[in-house]
Ligand binder design. Structure first.
Ligand code: HEC
Length: 105
């Protein structure tokens, strides 16, 4: 049946189109997980005390920062402990969420 091939191709195309979004991290999960971060990091993007704003970073950069704490390349005990508790999937989710936030002047 020639139509079968076309359907299969369409399904394949759909799956391929969806893959990057999945790899980019689940923003809703990130929003949920961010409750652990907002006690220190303001979601408005304001810097308070010595605590940097973490919104609006490109997701890749955010993931790299978190991995640097997780692997103890970046020296901050608090953030090392926070990052150590998170899975790669959770970090990707947080990255997707924080990337989507815009500064609130
Ligand atoms: C107890 C307070 C506290 C909590 C909770 C906390 N952080 Fe942090 N975070 C800090 C401090 C302080 C720094 C600055 C550390 C440094 O100088 O390297 C920081 C730095 C960062 C940075 C690097 C920012 C930059 O531009 O250098 C990222 C990214 C980050 N935190 C993400 C998170 C995420 C995501 C969470 C929640 C899962 C979280 N933090 C929870 C205190 C906290």
């Amino acid at each position: 049946m020639p139509q079968n091939g076309a359907v299969r191709l369409a399904v394949l195309g759909f799956v391929l189109a969806c893959t990057p979004a999945d790899a980019a991290g689940d923003r809703a999960l990130g929003e949920y997980l961010s409750s652990e971060c907002t006690s220190c990091h303001q979601s408005s993007g304001k810097q308070v005390g010595g605590i940097p704003a973490i919104i609006g970073h490109p997701a890749e950069q955010f993931v790299a920062l978190m991995n640097a704490y997780r692997e103890r390349q970046r020296d901050n005990q608090v953030m090392q402990a926070v990052a150590a508790r998170l899975s790669s999937e959770e970090i990707a989710a947080l990255a997707a969420y924080y990337e989507s936030l815009k500064p609130n002047p």
